[in-house]
Design a binder for this molecule. Structure first.
Ligand code: GLC
Length: 473
């Protein structure tokens, strides 16, 4: 099967969040399983771009209303990622350090989608399926169906995979003229709440809709930032497929970013050495349980609860626990977290920023990982932490509910129901008690380490979904 994945992020080329990890791993496992897989993404000014060799396989001009942007399709020469990687180079729009956050993001991602389809429709071979990811690629299923110049792609099935339905890529109808020509009889397909809503368009037009966990699919029927009724309408073509993790990149026995490698056979000693290194780096106490948070400091991730929860937990368990936070995001949250540094020196620290290497060491060296998310379509961090023998403490939501079961129910982690400081602190207290009962603590860590969350198993579910829509042709 010939599969195209189209995405704004892909690890290790450019990463903001979990989307990159998924698009960096799923295609590799699909390729290993015998399919021909290509990933297409914008060409940002990244380290990966500078350090690797590319060849230009196609070029053209994107016409975006009155604008005309030259573009090149660059292929990474060696397929070193385990699949064919294509970067869409539109210098004026993407030769920048960050993936998102610019005033012209609508123009940037729309141009990216048009250039991608210009290229795909210009190729002599036809694809079997086009898998789009999130709203940045949401107009592709519409353009394939209705834009005159992509007529050749009309019968190719498209699928939208939703990693986060909160972000929808809305813009006004004043920009309608950016889109390549189509019969205006279909203009209402673009509309949701008086705007062009890229995610809604994808949900309407794609032949199949997947979310990144089964439970998230259930939740968005009642909570999807305004798209609830639409999700209800398309249930017949929707499925929740739980993400996997790349067990080659995330392997405590081989991970080169760790102080000490370990497996389920010697995890106690291995984790302790990583913990000592981490505590050394951050002036923490390696004899006390270490609670960490890794991720974006946003309300959605429960980031706003962290400063208060950390302060309360640290004062209730004075000098009995450590807390370490790695992340960046909302400046108010960042400042609140930093303002605790003075009061809890020796038991609390932060690293404001993003650092992949440090994240690996934290998974290995921590005892517990905090994930107090309000919204978590899947969540990968809990799966990384399970694999590294670190017990996740999660709010039961989205994919966290699918992957973490409370140890009180013979599970692998600690769960609470409310996104509140009280619930987080109650879970931390249960964790402290568990930590003191070494036999039980180790048993739970072992359960986590032996859970199989590999893509090998999961990628078959994607193939099944593709087959379903290909058969509908
Ligand atoms: C987004 C979601 C996260 C999910 C990831 C990968 O970042 O917020 O829950 O795990 O995408 O699908």
């Amino acid at each position: 099967m010939e599969i195209f994945h189209i995405s704004a992020e892909c690890y290790p080329v450019a990463k903001v969040g979990g989307l990159a990890d998924v698009v960096g791993a799923l295609p590799k496992y699909q390729n290993n399983a015998g399919d021909k897989v290509r990933v297409v993404m914008p060409c940002y000014d990244t380290k990966f771009k500078k350090e690797n060799d590319f060849e230009c396989v196609y070029w053209g001009h994107v016409k975006l209303g009155d604008f005309n942007f030259p573009f090149n399709i660059l292929k990474e020469k060696t397929d070193k990622l385990g699949f064919e990687l294509y970067l869409v180079e539109i210098q004026e729009l993407f030769d920048r350090k960050d993936v998102y956050g610019y005033q012209d993001d609508i123009e940037r991602f729309l141009s990216f989608q048009i250039a991608t389809l210009d290229w795909i429709s210009g190729r002599s071979e036809v694809a079997d399926v086009i898998n789009c990811h999130d709203h940045h690629t949401g107009l592709i299923p519409f353009m394939m169906l209705y834009c005159h110049k992509y007529e050749k792609l009309r019968n190719i099935p498209s699928m939208i995979t939703i990693h986060n339905g909160l972000y929808q890529g809305q813009f006004g109808f004043d920009k309608l003229y950016y889109l390549p020509e189509f019969d205006l009889a279909h203009v209402n397909v673009l509309e949701w709440d008086n705007c062009i809503n890229s995610l809604a368009v994808a949900i309407k037009c794609a032949w199949a809709v997947t979310t990144v966990s089964p439970n998230y699919l259930n939740e968005i029927n009642s909570s999807a930032n305004g798209l609830e009724s639409l999700f209800n309408l398309v249930r017949y073509k929707s499925r929740g497929i739980l993400n996997g993790i790349d067990i080659e990149v995330w392997d405590p026995a081989k991970d080169a970013m760790l102080e000490k490698n370990y497996s389920i056979k010697n995890f106690e000693k291995g984790k302790q050495e990583n913990k000592e290194k981490l505590c050394n780096l951050f002036n923490l106490d390696p004899t006390k349980p270490l609670f960490s948070f890794i991720g974006r400091l946003l309300e959605e991730k429960g980031g706003d609860l962290l400063p208060h929860a950390a302060a309360l937990a640290l004062s209730e368990n004075y000098q009995q626990i450590n807390i370490l936070i790695l992340g960046s995001g909302d400046k108010v949250i960042e400042n609140q977290l930093n303002s605790l540094l003075q009061d809890y020196k020796g038991n609390y620290n932060t690293f404001i920023g993003y650092n992949e290497e440090l994240a690996h060491l934290i998974y290995a060296g921590s005892d517990f990982l905090l994930m107090p998310s309000r919204v978590e379509p899947c969540g990968l961090n809990q799966m990384y932490s399970l694999r590294y023998g670190t017990i996740p403490i999660v709010r039961r939501t989205g994919g966290l509910r699918d992957t973490v079961i409370d140890f009180g129910d013979d599970g692998n982690g600690i769960c609470h129901d409310q996104a509140t400081v009280g619930d987080i602190c109650y879970s931390i207290q249960r964790a402290v008690d568990l930590y003191d009962d070494k036999k039980h603590f180790n048993k739970i860590r072992k359960i986590g380490m032996s859970t199989d969350h590999s893509w090998e198993r999961v990628c078959q579910e994607y193939i099944e979904m593709y087959k379903l829509i290909i058969n509908k042709k």
